[in-house]
Design a protein around this ligand. Structure first.
Ligand code: NAX
Length: 329
């Protein structure tokens, strides 16, 4: 039998946590033959810890055969001990009257502390996925706060945007999502993200030819994908949770188990590809193999795409400038 993998989840008593933990314990993330240990982090607040206990009671009641151990934590130094995977979901939501700057700073604090804790106690091969918003910048902060871990171990979640784009393209072309390949999303997990189907194929046919409508691309597709989070809140009265958890499952699953040559999207620290400054946590098309991702190289960037990429990069650069004073040099 395989050695259990240790998985930390933060914000474990939140909405996304509730949709995520059961699927990790069920083997959806790391494989149906891979035992897991869950190390769950919540804020020390009594209500949050009590709610976490309640979720753990329900997980117990599922009697998942793959779950070998589960612990509750309020300190990242114990929660992240020896973890192989860390899914960082917990973040400070924007409160009433809170400025963007305050939000960035509150989260910078959280992700500095958590980055340092990962640096100190996690497995040297830990795979970190940041879901909590602003996801790219939070992942960047955690990475910068963990200088003894390889930068490539830190990633941000663009997979929900990727999956949203897939389903929009499938609906538009009347095809099945499973047949669509080579779609990607560039940049920040925010409405500035650039979902790009220029290279996509469906059953070998070019999606761009099937759609052949730049007006739809610019004025329907991109706003629909970019503002999908707001549309969910408007309809459901709550932000995306099950779809976000599903995207986190997909992201880690593909990172650990590989995409067999197929493209997906991950927010990863740039290596300078496509002119994105090194270290910038940016959504790129990637393939994964043996637990490592590679940015797809050599794609042509036309004028429209360059403009969109510049826009999302500008936003990320501004976020980064906003937290610079809080980071080690
Ligand atoms: P909830 O408010 O339901 O849950 C968040 C939980 O995190 C709470 O239980 C809170 O106590 C906990 N928490 C806060 N600070 C913590 C800390 N320092 N350590 C440990 N736990 C902490 O939010 P939920 O709907 O679950 O969303 C979580 C985050 O995901 C938010 O930041 C949200 O904006 C972000 N999202 C990111 C998405 C993405 O695609 N990257 C999409 C979905 C989602 O909006």
């Amino acid at each position: 039998a395989k050695t259990p993998m240790r998985v930390a989840v933060t914000g474990a008593a939140g909405q996304i946590g509730y949709a995520l933990l059961f699927r990790i314990a069920n083997g959806d993330m790391l494989g149906k033959d891979q035992p897991v240990i869950l190390q769950l982090l919540e804020i020390a607040d009594e209500k949050a810890q009590k709610a976490l206990k309640g979720v753990m009671m329900e997980i117990d009641d599922c009697a998942f055969p793959l779950l070998t151990e589960m612990t509750a934590h309020s300190d990242p130094m114990t929660a992240f001990k020896d973890v192989d995977v860390a899914v960082l979901v917990g973040a400070r939501p924007r409160g009433p009257g809170m400025e963007r700057k305050d939000l960035l700073e509150a989260n910078a604090q959280i992700f500095t502390v958590q980055g340092k804790a990962l640096d100190a106690v996690a497995s040297r091969n830990v795979k970190v996925l940041v879901v909590g918003n602003p996801a790219n910048t939070n992942a960047y902060i955690a990475m910068k706060s963990a200088p003894s871990l390889p930068a490539k171990n830190f990633t941000a979640m663009l997979r929900l945007d990727h999956n949203r784009a897939l389903s929009q393209v499938a609906a538009k072309t009347g095809t099945a999502v499973k047949d669509i390949e080579k779609l990607c999303v560039w940049g920040n997990h925010s409405p500035t993200m650039y979902a790009d189907y220029r290279f996509a194929t469906v059953n070998g046919k070019a999606v761009k030819e099937l759609i052949n409508d730049q007006e739809w691309n610019a004025n329907v597709f991109l706003p629909t994908v970019g503002k999908r989070g707001a549309a969910i809140i408007e309809a459901r009265g709550l932000s995306s949770a099950a779809s976000a958890a599903n995207a986190a499952i997909d992201h880690v699953h593909d990172w650990v188990l590989g995409t067999a040559g197929k493209w997906t999207t991950m927010g990863v620290p740039s290596d300078g590809s496509y002119g994105i400054p090194e270290g910038t946590m940016f959504g790129f098309p990637v393939t994964t193999e043996n637990g490592e991702y590679k940015i797809v190289q050599g794609l042509e960037i036309d004028a429209f795409s360059q403009e969109r990429i510049n826009l999302t990069l500008k936003e990320l650069t501004e976020e980064r400038e906003g937290v610079k004073h809080l980071l080690p040099a």
